[in-house]
Ligand binder design. Structure first.
Ligand code: SF4
Length: 662
């Protein structure tokens, strides 16, 4: 029987499940998952289909992809629309990929096992560039041509989002469009435009709907832009090739998080996943100004969810999911203006219950220890993590991480003194202006940490783990012009640090050392700051078997370098040109036409300030220093205090307490 659009493939899939690893990941039916009628939006009088259907993908394995907050939020927001539906799909492991190919079966959703190719929109959320090859696998399995130029009316519109979409140029050939920034409002706008176009009988086909979307200024359609290059390989200009398309595409910013309390009903995975907890995003954005941090820069300004909104989300999410742990998420959770009241209120409410609270936060100060102590009133105090990022005081000034060695020592003293046994410290190697000496100071710091810990705790069984990886300069940051350190130099520097840590017998066994070698960082660097010419490299790698590049057991540096040799042949540029080359101020960067709100001149000034070792304060608590985001995006910093210092929650165990609002 010919395949009906929207029909389930589960009957075909089921016999394959016993032949693959972790079959449960392909089954769906999780608590809070949704399957809507394929024709939920109904039909026009002439019979035209009016439903807008999204297949949403986090391009990694189910165990990594399911907890992804962005995908869960969009899934719920779209499914709340009367005329739209959303289903999820994740990357299939190579064993399943082989079976799907053998049995001529497509990439399907986990919700209703519908073919991804049957949907109107195929949306992928990229947290990292290393997911690009997984996109190609999914497109190919779905029967969607890899190149946007080869698609026709029968294929979904392929859209990229997420942080890695802030430079969509390396995947420009493969996507029809990119949505930059916060997705929850944006997907509804896109859904409305597609719905209207369908209701009109799809005038002008695929090109017309893409043109309508691009005309909003909030959807980037790579096919509507031409890139010209200079003889030396640099970009001369990027310009629209049709009328009605703005020169720059703006990011989307949700201004009031309390109006978007998603996910309301968190998905509860059937198979084991990396996070077995519900998460509540307590604020978005970060203005601390760490110069290496793309996440902080591109999510400006800071927008806090109110303490009331957070309390309600925690209560509703726990009731809907049955999770026993709540993570209070953000880029730096201890910075919420009401974090102390929030953690105390939640700890009071859930004291004596099975509900645990966690606060992923890396700020280095004693206040953070107080928070961590509060959240573990009854629990075990195992490990705390801090991210000084740079080994020496000098390099921490360069990266604008305003942490002195004394801050760090005081913080770890407070931690060990409060009963914590293990402190993890995160660093980066290869930061601009860095020398061996900056990195070797990490060994001295770690020894001081152990020494301090032994003194304040009176114990010798305390530990400190140093975790370090190579720095990758990212678009839309002050370091977007910087030269990346090569893989060999990174590895040599890390080897010296390892030897320095291990050489001292008094401390060596108390200090753990974890490092990521330099090679994956070079590929990430190529993909992060690449342009359209890098698309051929991605495709070559994929054709050569590249899959799951974010997983060290699947990643092959040799495969990437061989593919780059072939893919970039004749262009005059190579991997080093994209990675270890410092850019000049005048250079047109591949992502300049993507408007993150940050003023390029301000970024350049901050880059110069970095080289001079100058620091910049957090604009949350100081006057604006003109990064450009607020005026450009029509937004402003949204922080408390709200005046509501208590959660609107009663205590779960032992009845209400005086002072807590019921
Ligand atoms: S425009 Fe000013 S207030 Fe807004 S994020 Fe930038 S520096 Fe901060």
């Amino acid at each position: 029987m010919p395949h009906q659009p929207g029909a389930s493939y589960f009957a075909d899939l089921e016999p394959l499940l016993e032949q693959v690893s972790k079959p449960i990941q392909y089954v769906g039916g999780e608590l809070n998952s949704t399957v809507k009628d394929w024709h939920v939006g109904g039909h026009a009088a002439n019979g035209d289909d009016l439903t807008v259907r999204w297949a949403l993908m986090y391009p990694d394995a189910y165990e990594v992809g399911l907890p992804n907050q962005g995908t869960q939020i969009l899934y719920e927001v779209i499914n709340e629309c009367d005329n739209a539906l959303a289903e999820r799909t994740y990357s299939v492991w190579p064993d399943m990929e082989a079976l799907l190919r053998e049995h001529d079966l497509p990439q399907v959703t986990v919700d209703a096992h519908r073919a991804v190719g049957d949907f109107d929109v195929f949306g992928l959320s990229f947290s990292t560039e290393l997911g690009y090859t997984n996109m190609l696998t999914a497109l190919d399995l779905a029967g969607i041509p890899l190149h946007a130029a080869d698609r026709d009316e029968s294929h979904p519109l392929v859209v990229a989002g997420g942080h890695a979409a802030f430079n969509p140029e390396t995947i420009a050939d493969f996507i029809d469009m990119a949505i930059i920034g916060d997705g929850e409002q944006a997907v509804l706008g896109v859904t409305d435009l597609i719905a209207a176009w369908k209701a009109e009988g799809r005038p002008g086909g695929r090109t017309e709907i893409l043109a309508r979307l691009a005309a909003t200024g909030g959807v980037y359609v790579p096919a509507f832009f031409d890139v010209d290059y200079l003889p030396d390989g640099r970009i001369q200009r990027v310009s629209p090739n049709r009328g009605g398309v703005p020169w720059r595409t703006s990011k989307h910013t949700v201004t009031d998080l309390d109006e978007w309390p998603y996910p309301k009903t968190p998905l509860v995975p059937l198979a084991e996943t990396v996070h077995e907890r519900m998460s509540v995003e307590i604020f978005r954005g970060c203005t601390r100004g760490c110069r290496f941090c793309q996440a902080g820069m591109i999510t400006r300004p800071v927008r806090e969810r109110s303490i009331t909104g957070i309390g309600e989300m925690v209560e509703a999410g726990l009731a809907a999911s049955g999770f026993e742990e709540v993570g209070l998420l953000s880029l730096s959770s201890a910075d919420h203006s009401e974090i102390a009241e929030m953690t105390k209120g939640l700890a009071d409410r859930y004291e004596g219950t099975n509900t645990g609270l966690s606060l992923p936060s890396t700020r280095v100060d004693a206040f953070n220890i107080d928070l961590a102590n509060e959240l573990t009133r009854n629990g075990r105090r195992s490990g705390l993590t801090f991210a000084p990022e740079g080994g020496s005081e000098r390099i921490r000034k360069v990266i604008n991480k305003m942490v002195t060695e004394e801050d760090l020592i005081n913080t770890v003293a407070a931690a060990y003194g409060a009963g914590w046994r293990q402190v993890k410290l995160y660093f980066m190697c290869g930061l601009p202006t860095e020398t061996d000496e900056d990195v070797l100071q990490i060994a001295d710091l770690a020894k001081r940490v152990i020494e301090t810990g032994r003194q304040v705790s009176g114990r010798r069984d305390i530990r400190c783990t140093v975790s370090i990886g190579g720095f990758v300069p990212k678009p839309h940051t002050p370091f977007q012009w910087a030269a990346q350190l090569g893989a060999e130099e990174t590895d040599a520097r890390l080897a010296k640090l390892r030897d320095a840590i291990r050489s001292d017998k008094r401390y060596g066994s108390s200090i753990g050392f974890r490092y990521h070698d330099g090679e994956p960082g070079v590929v990430e660097g190529l993909l992060s700051r690449g342009d359209r010419r890098v698309g051929r490299v991605i495709e070559e790698v994929w054709r050569d078997g590249g899959r799951f590049d974010g997983w060290s057991e699947h990643f092959s540096y040799e495969r990437w370098m061989a593919a780059a040799e072939r893919g970039l042949a004749g262009t005059g540029v190579d991997v080093a040109w994209y990675t270890t080359r410092e850019r000049e101020q005048s250079e047109v960067l591949p992502w300049d036409h993507i408007d993150s709100g940050l003023d390029k001149d301000w970024l350049w000034e901050d880059w110069q300030e970095a080289l001079a070792g100058g620091e910049v304060e957090d604009c949350r608590w100081t006057p604006c220093f003109d990064c450009g985001v607020c005026p450009q995006m029509g937004t402003s910093i949204e922080i408390g205090p709200t005046g509501k210092t208590l959660l609107p929650l009663s205590v779960v165990g032992g009845g209400p307490r005086p002072g807590l609002e019921a």
